[in-house]
Structures are given as C-alpha cells and as structure tokens.
Design a protein around this ligand. Structure first.
Ligand code: ATP
Ligand code: MG
Length: 795
C-alpha cells in the first residue's frame, strides 16, 4: 500500500467502503436506485490506482453510455487530482469492443478499418438478401429479419449455432439469410452493432492466445448497470475475468429495462454461480431522493412479482409529495410543463429558484418529445434532447448525412445507395442495378459508375436527366468541400484596411460548411421534398433538418462533423448553457435531477401497448421497472402527468390513465389541477394550486379520477372508452385504446370567425382540424387550439 492519503473514502458508508476496499476476487453490489453504486464503483477505480494495486491500463470499466463513461472519467480525475498518468479503459461494451475488434479484425475475416453499419444500412442489405432469396418482402419485412438476427446476436449465436428450435424463424429461411447476411457484411468489410460483441466473443473463444493476452492485461474489471447486460456481453465478461476473477459488478434487478434488447436479469443471479465465493454487498440507504419520492417509487415497483426484493431507506427530510396532474390533451400537458418550468426557475412553492440544468422531462416514447420541443421553441425555453443517436437515427437526418458523406467522399457507396432515389427522381431498382453493374464492371465507386452511365447514356429519358443533375451536384458539392489548398497568408496579403485578401477567388471563399450543408439540402431537392409532403410528420422533419444544420456550426468542417457523429454511438450531444433535458426513460438510467417531469402516463403509451398486448406479465413488469427508474431519477420534485386526449400519428385518441398511476401510494401523492384549463386563471399564481375541492370530490376514489377534471370524464370519447373497459371487467386489458374524438364541439364556428382565447387573446379562425381550431392570433401567431377553449369574439 502506498502512503497516499485517501480522503475519498471518508464520504462512503461502511457497505460502500467494503465494496471499494475488497479489491481482489469477485464482488457483486446489488442495490436499489440512488444507493451510491456508481459512486462506489468510481471510488473503487480511484482506490485501485491510489493504492498502486493496478495501473490505469490494467483497469477496464464498462458503463452503459458514453456519457456515463465521460462522467466517470472526470470523477476519477477529481478524486485523484493530477496523480494518475493515463486513464483506465472506460467505455460502453460497444466502444471498448470496437476498439479491440479493430486490432484483431483479421481473425474474423475483416480488415481493421471495417465500417459500422447503422440500422438503415442494415435493413437495406437485408432487403436485398430477402429479394435475392425470392421471399415476398411484404409478408416478410426486412425489419423483422433484422430483429430476429439482432436477437440471435445478443444471445451470442453465430449462424452455425442457432438452435434447431429456432430454425423455423422467418419462413424457415432465417438461418440461411443470417449466413448470407454475415457473408455480405464480410464482403463489405462491415459489421453491425451486434457483431461488435459477437465477433469479440468468437475471437476469445477460438483464439486462446488472444484471450490470454487480454486476461493478463485487464486485471481489474468493473461493470455498472450489470442488470442490463445481454448474453453476448455476459459471455465476453466471463471469458475475460475467468483467470484473475477480479470482477466487480453493480446492478439493480428493479432497474432492468433492456429485456426487449436481450438483456437478462438472470445474469445477476448467475454471478454467484459463475464466481463462487463472490463477495456480495448490499446497499440500503438512498441518498438521492426525498422520502415521498422514494416511497412512491417503492409503491409502484412492489406490484412486480419477479423481484429479488430490497430494503431502501433515506435519511433525507420529507420534502414535497409526488405531484400528479391530468390534462385535457398532450398539447396542454406540454404547455403546462413549460409554464411550470418557468415558475420553478423563478422559485415557486417556497422553493428556491432552480436552474434549467436541474430539470428533466423523461418520456416513454421519443415521439412524445416533439410536443415539448415545439412548445419550448415557441416560448424560447432552452432545452436539450438527450438521445443524440436517436436524433441522428431519424430518417431525414440519415438522408441528409448521406448527402454530406458524399460531399466529403464519392467512394461512400452506401451513402449513394441511400440517396440515389431520395427524394424520388424516377431512378427505380432497374436504374440502380444499371449503375451498380457499371460500377462493378469498371471497378469504380457507385458515383463514378453513375457518371459512366450518364456518359454512355445507359438510361432512358427522365432517369438519365435526373442522374446527370445528381452527379453534377455531387461534383459541385465535393469541390466546395475540398476547396483550394489553404493559401499561406503573408504580410502582403493584408490589405491596407486590415482585411485579409486570401485570394480564394473560388467557391470556397463564398461558402462555409454550414451554408454548404443548406445548399446541398436545397439543391438536391431534399428540403423541397419535405416541404411538399403533407403528412403530419413533415414539419417535424424539416425542424430536425434545421437542427442538423445548426449543429454543424460547432464544427470546423463537414468532415469533422461526420467524424463526431460516427463516434457518438449513444445518446449524447454536447451543448453549452443551462437547458432543460428531454430524454427517454431508457436514456435516463443512472442519472439524477432535482426536478423531474414524467408526462404521458396513459395506458397504451406507458405502459406501452405492446407490453399490454403480450400474454404474461413480462412486458408489463419491465414497463413498471421503467416507471421505477423514472421516479427514482428525481431528487426533490417529481411530477407525473397524463392527458385525456392525444394525437397519435395525426389521429386524436382518447386515453385511459396509466394503471401505474393507481399503484402510486396515495399518501405520498398530491393531486394538482390546472385551474386555467377548467375556468380559472391560467396564470403563474394558479400554476401550483392543489386539487380543487369540486374536482377531488367524494365520488372520486382512485388517484387518476382525482387528478382529472370532471370535464374530461364528460367527454364522449372517454365515456365510451371507459364503458368498454368496464364491460371487459377490471382485470381486462383495454386493447383498443383509441376512440376518435367527436367533433360536435367544433361545428359552432366557421372559418373567418373572429374568436377569443383566454391566454392567446383575439384572433381569426383559419381552419378546423378534428376538434382543434387553427387560429391566427393577433399577438400570439398561428396556433392549434382545442375548440372548447375558444369563444366567439365580441369585437
Ligand atoms: P442508480 O441505481 O440510479 O444508478 P446509484 O446506486 O448508482 O443509482 P449514485 O448515482 O452512485 O447511485 O448515487 C446517488 C446519489 O447519492 C449521488 O448524488 C451520490 O453522490 C450520492 N451518494 C452516494 N453515496 C453517498 C454517501 N455515502 N454519502 C452521501 N451521498 C452519497
Ligand atoms: Mg448508478
């Protein structure tokens, strides 16, 4: 032991210290949310280093997101000061394995510069294979095959060890297609996400020398969020740790939320069998949340049957109860949350003002984010969406990125395949095949192939014209990206007025990469394509494209940006300034915020329809764990909300409150109503009023009834929905969630009417959509407003 002081140990409780100081042999830390598992894990790394037990590169720490890895890095940095040279291997399973795989790629038939395919590329490949196999892609969609193969990979099954029992998958051709897919990937020198781990497991299993090298190398292994590892990850860990057995895993079975992606809670239970004599540490004190929040979370999770069961307590002061509020519709919900956030910023309910960084909105499904983003954009409330890859995984973003990739390199065949007919240019499968054949015959890239097709006029009329325009565009964009070599600026180039005459004289002087990006999207017709699209998603997609262009501003050039995007494999964008965070519940794992909003607690949304449709409780229990994760992110204030109506894919639907709401222990919940919605003043003062007595009346027994206004229950759609679910009996799952709303209320108005809204003031009725009115307000601009909040104007 070195004589270095270890003040970091002082901030730990005895159980944590035990986990930190038991450096050798297997350790399992199994404990509830907020009990300091991650803190103990981080401190353990510091302790390994401070005691000289391990050198940085001998430590491998696996976290769930890159963000978590970065945080851990900075925490170790601050625990250790400048004392450490080098850093441990810290990252997600995928980032660590990708690094290792590059070193040993040849062992699985790849080159070290292999590309990592995204989901879209993956699906496009599958589609080609399915068609080549003569299977009807309509009945057997590529996405389904991709799901099956991912699942097999998560279980560490290569094509030759998929069990016979699974051979009926995908019309009995699943295994053959899997084999063909893997071959195709190899030919392309590419891997998909699942391969990154699968290949590493294969390498470790088949090449003892390589395994031996890493077993010696990584003498200490630490894993956070262990409950969410899948079989492939588990096998990889077990192989690595089997020699020295210095492995420390921390997890919480109640927070296992990736079952749908192949994670197996069973891995926790197997730990003690695989590593006999494992030191098991239990932590019971929650340091994160107030007692009300903790009790609410514990109350919900108690409804799950398959639990290991844990005791949790907190020594914190009582604080606020969990707040519950019902809204008329999703837009009102986002509006209320926006105003509530502003109120908290100012300081409300006797609480001191909270910064925006202290607040988060956690949604079940990413489509819920849009309403909040829209609202916050319109009121100028800064927010960040955590879920970088989700943003970058969006179709329109992928399309735009493919264009950018081609502007940087014409060799990017996958990008070319993606955009050749996006937007539609009349270049169908036949045309694409001609291009592919020409490229292959001449051993050139697809862009060059396309050029040859144009030169040799190998396509008919319109297609040829369009392809020529595209190739010309690609040439132009690339020439701008490259620009001329940077001129050396000498004194002579500085003109009298101090301006630098760099003598560019070419397009490069006229465009920076942000403008170039805009130009590409315009000239390619891509922006126009979405502008002309009348589907409800189109405005959102245009918004996302704008966001993408904005994101470019933080980089020096397109290349740098593309590099950045390909590196952030999961969930994070770096932005400056205080902002409210919006993210999915899945992405919120491990994080904490003083104030948390949990919107959209409605059956069919949360729990998801899929989990309710499933036979058995597995899916529903996973959703409940997600609810537990959500509530336990909150330190001081947790607000749960739901709406009676929600627009899903352009259709208004009536929604039943989530079953999880009635599982909240009532004594820890305060019911709020937004008074402005139901007749009161919708001002800041009214924002935090508690349940109005008229609404929380004696007739209402359950929490969700108390949280909803009487008006909601009077709506025809809701009544129908309720009676339907009653007919089925209380235990029945209401499958058909949606009832399209009646339009009676709307007919009182005609387009052109002068109208008044309590918050937005006077305006003119421009159109009617469902039960919403499109109104051009004199002051507030164009808005969609629920008809019942509008009155005919008297002016
Ligand atoms: P989760 O299950 O949500 O990942 P966790 O068990 O990893 O939670 P941490 O994030 O490590 O918990 O800790 C929760 C909070 O409690 C953090 O703010 C942490 O700094 C604090 N904390 C942890 N241990 C202690 C302690 N012994 N004394 C004071 N605060 C602590
Ligand atoms: Mg943690």
């Amino acid at each position: 032991m070195s004589a270095r002081p270890m003040p970091y140990l002082d901030s730990l409780n005895p159980a944590q210290r035990e986990a930190v100081e038991t450096l050798n042999g297997p350790v399992l830390m199994l404990a509830g949310a907020g009990t300091g598992k991650t803190k103990a894990l981080t401190t353990r790394i510091a302790h390994l280093l401070a005691t000289g037990t391990a050198r940085p590169h001998e430590i491998l720490a696996v976290t769930f997101t890159n963000k978590a890895a970065r945080e851990m890095k900075s925490r170790i940095g601050s625990l250790m000061g400048e004392a450490v040279e080098g850093m441990p291997w810290l990252g997600t399973f995928h980032s660590v394995c990708a690094k290792l795989l590059r070193r040993h790629a040849e062992l699985v038939g790849l080159k070290s510069n292999f590309t990592i395919l995204d989901t879209d590329d993956q699906i496009r490949l599958m589609k080609q294979l399915i068609e080549a196999a003569g299977i009807d892609a309509k009945r057997w969609p590529p996405r389904m095959l991709s799901g099956i193969i991912d699942n097999w990979k998560n279980k560490a099954w290569t094509p030759d060890n998929v069990p016979v029992a699974d051979s009926a998958a995908f019309d009995h051709q699943g295994i053959a297609l899997y084999t063909a897919y893997q071959k195709r990937l190899r030919d392309l020198n590419a891997v998909d996400f699942g391969d990154i781990l699968l290949h590493m497991v294969t390498i470790f299993q088949k090449h003892e020398d390589v395994l031996d090298q890493y077993q010696r190398w990584f003498r200490y292994i630490l894993v956070d969020e262990y409950q969410d590892t899948n079989v492939a990850q588990y096998l990889w860990l077990r192989l690595l740790a089997s020699k020295h057995k210095n492995i420390c895993c921390v997890g919480d079975d109640d927070q296992s939320i990736y079952g749908w992606r192949g994670a197996e809670v069973g891995n926790i239970l197997r730990f003690e069998t695989d590593f006999p004599g494992a030191h098991v540490v239990r932590l019971e004190e929650n340091y994160r949340s107030t007692p009300h929040i903790l009790a609410a979370a514990s109350g919900v999770i108690a409804a799950n049957k398959g639990r290991l069961g844990k005791t949790l307590f907190t020594s914190r002061e009582d604080g606020e109860k969990v707040r519950l509020i019902g809204h008329w519709d999703g837009e009102e919900e986002s509006r209320w949350v926006g105003e509530e956030i502003e109120a908290m910023q100012r300081g409300t309910r006797g609480m001191s003002p909270l910064g925006l960084d202290s607040m988060a909105i956690l949604v079940r499904a990413s489509h819920q984010m849009r309403a909040f983003e829209d609202r916050f954009l319109s009121i100028g409330l800064p927010y960040r969406v955590i879920g970088g890859p989700r943003f970058y995984e969006r179709m329109e973003i992928r399309d735009a990125m493919a264009y950018f990739r081609l502007a940087v390199s014409h060799d990017d065949d996958l990008a070319f395949e993606r955009i050749v007919n996006t937007p539609k240019r009349g270049l169908g499968d036949k045309a694409v095949q001609t291009i592919q054949r020409t490229a292959r015959d001449n051993d050139v890239s697809l862009v060059e192939g396309a050029r040859l097709v144009c030169q040799g006029k190998l396509l008919g009329g319109k297609g040829l014209k369009e392809l020529t325009i595209l190739v010309d565009g690609l040439d132009r964009w690339r020439s701008v990206t490259r620009g001329p070599a940077m001129p050396v600026i000498d004194d002579d180039a500085v003109l009298d007025d101090g301006l630098v005459d760099a003598g560019f004289g070419t397009e490069a002087a006229d465009y920076n990469h942000v403008e170039l990006a805009e130009m590409i999207l315009d000239e390619s017709g891509y922006t126009g394509f979405w502008q002309n699209d009348k589907t409800p998603e189109a405005p959102g997609r245009l918004e996302n494209l704008k966001e993408l262009v904005k994101a470019l501003e933080n980089f020096e050039n397109l290349q740098g940006f593309l590099e950045h995007v390909s590196l952030i494999m999961d969930n994070e964008t770096e932005e400056q300034g205080e902002k409210v965070s919006i993210m999915t519940l899945h992405a919120a794992k491990g994080l904490e915020f003083p104030a948390v909003f949990l919107p959209g607690w409605e059956d069919g949304l949360f729990p998801s329809q899929r989990s309710m449709d499933e036979s058995g409780l597995k899916g529903l229990e996973e959703e409940r764990r997600l609810a537990y994760v959500g509530i336990t992110r909150a330190e001081e204030l947790c607000t749960i909300s739901f709406a009676a109506n929600r627009r899903v894919y352009g259709q208004w639907q009536s929604q039943l409150p989530s079953r999880f709401i009635d599982e909240l222990p009532e004594q820890h919940v305060e019911v709020l109503t937004p008074p402005g919605l139901y007749g009161g003043n919708y001002g800041a003062a009214g924002m935090s009023a508690s349940a109005s007595p008229a609404i929380a009346g004696a007739a209402k027994s359950t929490l969700h009834e108390k949280a909803h206004s009487a008006d909601v229950y009077d709506s025809p759609g809701w009544k129908r929905l309720q009676s339907r679910s009653q007919q089925r009996g209380t235990s029945a799952t209401p499958r058909a969630q949606s009832v399209t709303i009646d339009l009676e209320a709307v007919s009182a108005f005609t387009v052109g009417d002068r109208v008044f809204h309590q918050k937005f003031g006077y305006g003119e009725l421009m159109g009617i959509e469902g039960d919403k009115l499109v109104i051009e307000f004199d002051k507030a601009g164009s808005k969609h407003v629920v008809a019942r909040f509008i009155v005919a104007a008297d002016q």
